[in-house]
Design a protein around this ligand. Structure first.
Ligand code: FES
Length: 119
């Protein structure tokens, strides 16, 4: 049976995101195709940010979907090494310390990660 929830754009199946896993995908946002960073935390919640580093506006991955992590699990920008915690996307070390990634609202419905706040 279909539901109105299905109107939200599907980004990836939830199964594509293992716990504590990072994933890259593209989505149409405000008329532009943007690269997104998806993160599923160990408790199962999914967060997303634009794949744009606040330091110099570059992508954070060194190849599509290939992200660097610190020894303690933070996301490290492959360009100049800015380090971001994954609870909020705040930069905790490196050239843009104190800045943060731009969050994109996502939700999980019917086993799919979807764009938007959900209902
Ligand atoms: S562009 Fe990410 S640290 Fe410089």
């Amino acid at each position: 049976m279909s539901s109105s929830l299905n109107a939200a754009a599907v980004l990836v199946p939830l199964d594509a995101l293992p716990p504590d896993g990072l994933h890259e995908c593209e989505a149409g946002i405000d008329g532009d195709v943007e690269s997104l960073i998806l993160y599923r935390d160990p408790a199962g919640a999914v967060r997303a940010w634009l794949n744009v580093c606040p330091h110099a506006g570059r992508r954070l991955d060194f190849a599509p979907g290939k992200f660097l992590r610190s020894k303690t699990g933070e996301l490290v920008c492959a360009v100049h090494g800015a380090t971001f915690e994954l609870a909020h996307g705040d930069c905790i070390a490196g050239p843009c310390r104190g800045d943060c990634l731009r969050a994109v609202p996502v939700h999980v419905a019917d086993g799919q990660v979807r764009l938007g706040e959900g209902g």
